[in-house]
Every structure is written in C-alpha cells, then in structure tokens.
Design a protein around this ligand. Structure first.
Ligand code: SF4
Ligand code: SF4
Length: 382
C-alpha cells in the first residue's frame, strides 16, 4: 500500500482581486487558505521567481513568511532558467529571491522548467554547480529540477547531474500518463532508475481534471458519490511508485479542506478505479481540443501580447457547450480589447519554445482566429 506522501501548496494561481491583474493579491483570502493548510498539518509551499508576473515570491513573503515562524513551514522556489543571462545573473536573481521571500535559506530550490531550450545554457553557465555551491553555503537545503521534456533528455541530464539533485519535479496526472507531449509514465520510470524522489506538479492538469465534462464526472460519482474530481486526480498522482510529494494549486478554503482531507485519509487508486480513470481520460480528450494548462509561460515573450491561455480556454469551452457560443465570443472581444488578437500572431515561435506542454500554439491560434474572428458579429480591436 502507498502511504506517507506529503502534500504541498502550489502558489502559481493564488486568489486575486482582479483576474486581469496577476499581482492584485487577495491577501485576506490567501492568509486564510495558507493558515488552514498549516493547521491541517501540512508545511510545504512551492513558488517561483516568475509566478504572478514576477510578484509571486513577494506574496508568499507577506502571507506566509512574515506571519509564521520560519521553522513552521518549508519553502521551495526556482531559478528561472529561461531568464538568467550568465553566472553573475544567476547570483543576482538568487539574492533577489532571498529578499523577495524574506528568508536566509530555501528548504528546496529548483532549476525551473528544464528542457531542450535551456539545457545548453545551463551547461554553459553551470546552473547545476551554482545550486550545489549555494547548498554548500547553507542557503539551499535540497536541490531539485522541474522538468518538462522527453524521457530521453531526462535520462541524459540525470546521468550527468543526478548526483547533485535531491529530487525531481514532474508533471504527473492520469490524463498525461501516456500523452505524447508529456509522457508522465516514461519520465517517472527514468527518475526511478536513478532512485530519486518525485514531486508531482499539475496533478489536476491546471484544473482540467477538476472541472470534468458531466459524462466523466458521473462515472466517478457512481463509484464514490462523496469524492470530488480533484481527489481522484490527487490520489492517482500519489499512488505512483517513487512519488513522495504532490503539489496542488488551491485558491479557496473548500479546496484546501478537500485536498488536505484526501491526503489525511489517503487511499491508493485500485485497479477497478484505474479503469474508470481511463474512461474519464477518453471523455476529456474528446472534449478538450487544446490541452493547455493555463500556466502562462508562453505569454511572457510574445511581442504581440496575445492572451494565449485565455483564448485557448474559450476555444475549449465552446467545444464543451452545445448551442450558441455567444458568451464565449463576448469574453473574446473583451480580452482582445486589451491584448493582441489571435490573428495578430506573427508566427515568431517564441511562445512554443516556452510552452512546457510543447503545444503547437501557432496552429491553435489559427483555429481560435477561425472560430472567433472569421465572420464574427462581435467587433474586436482594430
Ligand atoms: S508565435 Fe505568435 S503568439 Fe507566439 S510569441 Fe510569436 S506572436 Fe506571440
Ligand atoms: S499554451 Fe502552453 S505555455 Fe501557454 S498557457 Fe498553455 S500550456 Fe502554458
């Protein structure tokens, strides 16, 4: 039986006062949900330099670090591999992070979003050696790497740098288990080979496995009427051999209660339940033409300021509802007043290099344009 899997608070999608402003933190709510998480006996918080438009660490300082004793929680943050320019810049960013978070050390420190596009740079400027040096200085307790690429590259990296890494963070969920862009199962197999513990990110695939199509939800409810869709996704991730921690982004008290209860009364996924999840996965795939997790990594470098994840969510919504798509078109119009439209994409490809899911964003934007701009009766920004 699988037991003793820790549960961590992912801080990528904290409650906001205004959805359009990624740093308009709703501290009243954030304080409440952080406090409740700690009260339930959990201590791990995961943030990153880049979260919430580079303000996420500051929010964690205000809601967690400044309100709780340093030894009552464990803090993880990440070096933005996409952003650092050279070795000196890594040092500068690291110092900023200590200041943003208001701490003198990090319990866990990860090289963020490792993959083909940043690996050469990491080798050139010895990002692994940098983290090891900070660990030797006592400023990092455990070194990790969050990884979004092929099992082959993961194997290559672990064969060279595995000794320096204390844990690996992977995207593991039942929808991506065999999915060709993510390959959760094969990546977990590689990490097992090197006997490293796995921390799971995106167990609910950015909310996709929480808000299931009704047909899929009915399947799960027929087996466990009182269990949420999220609890199934968390149990799946925590049931995999080698997984020692699962992270989940929560933004309400209800979610904190439900998710923490799932771990306090943990039950591994049974064989029968696994078959049900396979059925659910098929229904999700049928209803979600664009498998975007909404992480927003793609928008940072877009020269046209295109609201990529928002447009993809609207596109997916249309495929899940029947009849008129007018309300989604109104949303599209409103978003397009402040951001670039799908049709403004100049196909530079920046976004695709940054996307951890390796989505063909340019192709999908053409689908979005076709759906929302061609012949639409709703005016969009000129
Ligand atoms: S390819 Fe299009 S959407 Fe992607 S970064 Fe370039 S302009 Fe933006
Ligand atoms: S397109 Fe990719 S990078 Fe952009 S929000 Fe979706 S999953 Fe994240």
């Amino acid at each position: 039986m699988k037991q003793n899997v820790d549960f961590g608070f992912g801080c990528m999608r904290l409650p906001l006062l205004t959805a359009e402003e990624s740093d308009s933190f709703d501290y009243e709510n954030i304080n409440k949900i952080f406090d409740r998480f700690l009260e339930k006996g959990f201590t791990y918080f995961d943030t990153a330099y880049t979260y919430h438009g580079y303000h996420g660490e500051e929010a964690v300082r205000k809601a967690l670090v400044e309100r709780h004793a340093r030894d009552s929680f464990k803090l993880a943050t990440k070096m933005p591999l996409r952003d650092f320019k050279d070795a000196d810049d890594m040092d500068k960013i690291f110092s900023e992070q200590l200041e943003h978070c208001g701490v003198s050390y990090f319990d866990y420190y990860l090289l963020h979003n490792m993959g083909t596009n940043v690996y050469e740079k990491c080798k050139k400027y010895d990002a692994f050696g940098f983290a090891a040096k900070k660990k030797a200085e006592g400023k990092i307790r455990n070194i990790g790497m969050s990884f979004h690429d092929t099992p082959e590259l993961l194997d290559e990296i672990l064969s060279k740098y595995g000794e320096m890494l204390d844990f690996i963070q992977l995207q593991v969920n039942y929808a991506d288990w065999e999915q060709t862009n993510v390959q959760s199962r094969r990546c977990i197999d590689v990490v097992r080979k090197y006997k490293k513990p796995v921390t799971v990110m995106e167990p609910c695939k950015g909310g996709t496995l929480v808000n299931l199509p009704k047909e899929a939800e009915d399947i799960l409810k027929s087996k466990r009427p009182n269990s949420s869709s999220a609890s199934w996704a968390l149990r799946f991730a925590a049931s995999q051999y080698g997984v020692t921690r699962v992270l989940s982004g929560m933004n309400s008290i209800e979610q904190v209660e439900d998710n923490t209860d799932t771990f306090l009364n943990f039950e591994p996924i049974t064989e029968i339940e696994q078959k049900l999840l396979n059925n659910v996965k098929e229904i999700i795939e049928k209803n979600t033409p664009i498998p975007c997790t909404g992480c927003s990594y793609c928008t940072h470098g877009c020269p046209k300021g295109i609201a990529i994840p928002e447009y993809f969510a609207l596109f997916n919504n249309i495929s899940q509802i029947t009849g008129s798509f007018s309300s989604q078109a109104v949303y599209y119009n409103n978003i397009a007043l402040k951001h670039g439209k799908a049709s403004e994409c100049i196909e530079c490809g920046q976004c695709e290099k940054a996307c951890p899911q390796h989505l063909p964003i340019r192709k999908y934007l053409k689908d979005v344009k076709e759906k929302f701009e061609a012949g639409s009766s709703f005016p969009v920004r000129k």
